[in-house]
Design a binder for this molecule. Structure first.
Ligand SMILES: [Fe+2]
Ligand SMILES: [Fe+2]
Length: 221
């Protein structure tokens, strides 16, 4: 697909999704708690959605992908900003607390009645840190949580693993961003690190990095 077509479709879908009351609600909660995580989320959604269009996903999958990307770090709202912004190497217990954002995001979205989150979106939230060697939560844990969701269909053949796309976008954004405690990496540096660490489909890495290159300093949402 032509690059301009991917970028304009991405911009359109994100703008559409940002008007949805459920997305507005969850994003406002995140922005109130920790504005950098909110901005991170928008970038992750932009990268993930771009790759989704590039891969030719259908409109239903694109909707899940976008909502999953926008909610992937919702669980950070229970982590103190002091810990999120901690400039030092995290102690073991602090890393553990930080990892809680995955289960917390999953269960709070699953149980939140005013805006129901479909299992396809919950799956993305639950697995977005699962595509590295020591990913979490462990497979038996996420499988048992997903199996309890009404209507859940595990690994349907021929269906793209949307969580793998969001996980990759998340890794790129985390490396490319400036944080209170670190300088940004260049795109080639980030790609090199991800090449070693990402356990999802390797072909996505090059595709996503080309899309990011096209965006750098451009699209503002
Ligand atoms: Fe996360
Ligand atoms: Fe994230």
């Amino acid at each position: 697909m032509r690059l301009e077509s991917v970028t304009s479709k991405t911009e359109r879908l994100l703008k559409e999704q940002l008007y949805r009351p459920d997305n507005k609600f969850f994003l406002a909660e995140l922005q109130d708690h920790h504005p950098p995580t909110y901005l991170h989320t928008l970038e992750v959604a932009k990268y993930a959605v771009s790759l989704g269009f590039e891969l030719g996903l259908n409109s239903e999958q694109m909707d899940y992908l976008c909502r999953g990307a926008l909610r992937h770090d919702q669980g950070k709202t229970v982590i103190t900003t002091k810990l999120i912004d901690n400039p030092n190497k995290l102690a073991v217990w602090e890393r553990y607390v930080m990892q809680v954002h995955v289960n917390e995001g999953f269960s709070s979205l699953r149980d939140f009645k005013p805006y129901k989150t479909p299992w396809q979106v919950l799956e993305i939230v639950l697995k977005h840190h699962n595509y590295i060697k020591d990913g979490y939560p462990p497979e038996e844990k996420w499988r048992s949580l997903l199996n309890e969701l009404p209507g859940y269909r595990p690994d349907p053949p021929g269906i793209t693993d949307l969580a793998a796309i969001v996980a990759l976008a998340d890794m790129f954004e985390a490396l490319l961003a400036r944080r209170a405690y670190k300088e940004p990496k260049s795109l080639p540096e980030a790609r090199g690190i991800i090449q070693n660490e990402y356990t999802g489909p390797k072909t996505y890495i090059n595709q996503m990095s080309k899309l990011i290159l096209a965006y750098q300093g451009q699209l503002k949402i």
